[in-house]
Design a protein around this ligand. Structure first.
Ligand code: AMP
Ligand code: ZN
Length: 117
C-alpha cells in the first residue's frame, strides 16, 4: 500500500506531474507513456485511485467500461484503429506492474509480437 499523495498517477491526475494528455474526461485521463514501447503508447487511468485490476469492485463497472471506450476513441484519434493495437494491464509482481494505480497500456503503430515475454 502506498499513500495516495505519493502515487505518481494520482499526481498526474491532480496536475502535480506534467503529462502529455491525449484525452481527459470527468473520470479518466489518457496520456503518453514516458518510455514508449511503440509509436503509439498511451496509458489510460481512472482518476479514482484503484491499485490494479485485482482491486476493481462491482461499483467500478461503469468506470471500467468507460476506460475501454476511451481506449477505442484514442485509437481512432491517433489513427491506429484500422491497423490494430493491443491493450494490456499488468497486475502485481508476475505481471511486472511497476505503478500501483490501475492503468491500461494502449500500444500500436507497429507490428506487435506474441506471446509477450
Ligand atoms: P507498468 O509497468 O505496467 O506498471 O506500467 C507503468 C508505466 O508507466 C511504464 O510504462 C512507465 O514508462 C510509465 N510511466 C511511469 N511514470 C510515468 C510518467 N510520469 N508519465 C508517463 N508515464 C509514466
Ligand atoms: Zn493513484
Amino acid at each position: 500500500m502506498i499513500a495516495l499523495e505519493d502515487c505518481i498517477f494520482c499526481k498526474v491526475v491532480r496536475g502535480e506531474l506534467p503529462s502529455d494528455k491525449v484525452l481527459e474526461t470527468d473520470n479518466l485521463v489518457a496520456f503518453r507513456d514516458i518510455r514508449p514501447q511503440a509509436p503509439v503508447h498511451v496509458l489510460l487511468i481512472p482518476k479514482k485511485h484503484i491499485a490494479s485490476i485485482q482491486d476493481v469492485t462491482p461499483e467500478d463497472k461503469e468506470l471500467m467500461g468507460d476506460l475501454i471506450l476511451a481506449a477505442q476513441k484514442v485509437a481512432n484519434d491517433l489513427d491506429i484503429s484500422s491497423s490494430g493495437y493491443r491493450i494490456v494491464s499488468n497486475v502485481g509482481h508476475h505481471g511486472q506492474q511497476t505503478v500501483p494505480h490501475l492503468h491500461y497500456h494502449l500500444l500500436g503503430g507497429r507490428q506487435l509480437q506474441w506471446p509477450p515475454g
